[in-house]
Design a protein around this ligand. Sequence first.
Ligand code: NIG
Ligand code: FE
Length: 422
Amino acid sequence: MEIIIHSAEQLLSVTGARAKRGAAQGDLGIIENGAVAMRGGDIVAVGPSEAIRGMATRETQLIDASGCVVLPGFVDAHTHVVFAGDRVNEFEMRLRGASYLELLKAGGGIMNTVRATRAASVEQIIVETRARLDRMLAFGTTTVEAKTGYGLDTATELKQLEAIYVLDAAHAIDLVPTFIGAHAIPVEYAGRADAFVNMVTDEMLGAVKAWEEKRQTKGPFLRLPFCDVFCDDGAFDAEQSRRILSRARALGFPLKIHADEFANLGGAALAAELGATSADHLMVTRRDEMKKMAEANVIGVLLPGTTFGLGKHDFANGRAFVEENVPIALGSDLNPGTSWNESMPMIIAMATRYEKLTTAEAIVAATLNAAFATGVGERVGSLEAGKQADVLIASVPDYRHLAYRYGTNPIRHVIKAGRVVV
Ligand code: NIG
Ligand code: FE
């Protein structure tokens, strides 16, 4: 055995073959005085310390986790981490009363980051993104869903995808790509949203697919990216979103949707209709739409950092989603406009207080369920034999402290694919 972590006060196995929902949403699979053994980048065994310690050989690195909680690496199920520049000027304007959607409609907002990202070289984008990934890793994030959407033209969208693949190969964090060419209506298409939608369906999706098929360099996560759409006031309506996502589905892309972040345009129901993997944001989703999501096995990705980042109070009703049997995942929504947040522990702290998840539910949402929302639930998200060894040691005496304390970093060790990286 290469590494054995033993004597954990609690080991949270979070075992499960699919995203957990309803009463199971909070099922952490706790092993008291737990241990985990790994070799060749994978988990070999999980169980009580007495049993697992017996697997040690002379070469084994033993890590004592007494006084600590051991848990799966966090999966951040929704980020826009790949971008250039920042929007601190707009943040200051919003503090003085400007609204996010007004800035967007005036050609600022997302469009400002589009201009910066179009102008930046792929190397520059990688340098800026790598610094963010380093900090995310220190907070325990080991897998990240990463969106494009700051290109809004084919060349820059592909440049962002290139940055995602380079970073996935070079960085300890695994990155899973999502194409969101329909993230905003670019200024060159102002007043011609349908023409832009045609460009996405007739040109961009095919170009992304062809580009993906040419790349044959990557291992486990080589796949078509997710296709996502920002379905909201000021962006794309339900009909435009349906056109893009239907075409993407026909080409073989798995689907996601930004739904109900500002206005309810029917995005959650659309996700159910099209069999999307997830619907994300969901701040103003109705109960009847939650029921449709549950029936269609759509995972609800909640992003409390966005509500907080916008200085708003209409947090998604996480409790209602659990009651309606929708599996819930969590993400940071890390982006330069609404939520520059790099800490999943902080997201857990917010999800418990404002979205009314229990701490156990929020931890499942940030691990196993986030892994399934990201399409990698077969490989990561729980501590079970055969999965990749993405393991955290948190300096807290029981799991409840992971939500109770906030603004502090509880993560003491990060093991990524069987290697100690923090
Ligand atoms: O998830 N809503 C659309 N996308 C992001 C914001 C992106 C940006 O402002 O740059 C979000 O909140
Ligand atoms: Fe987003």
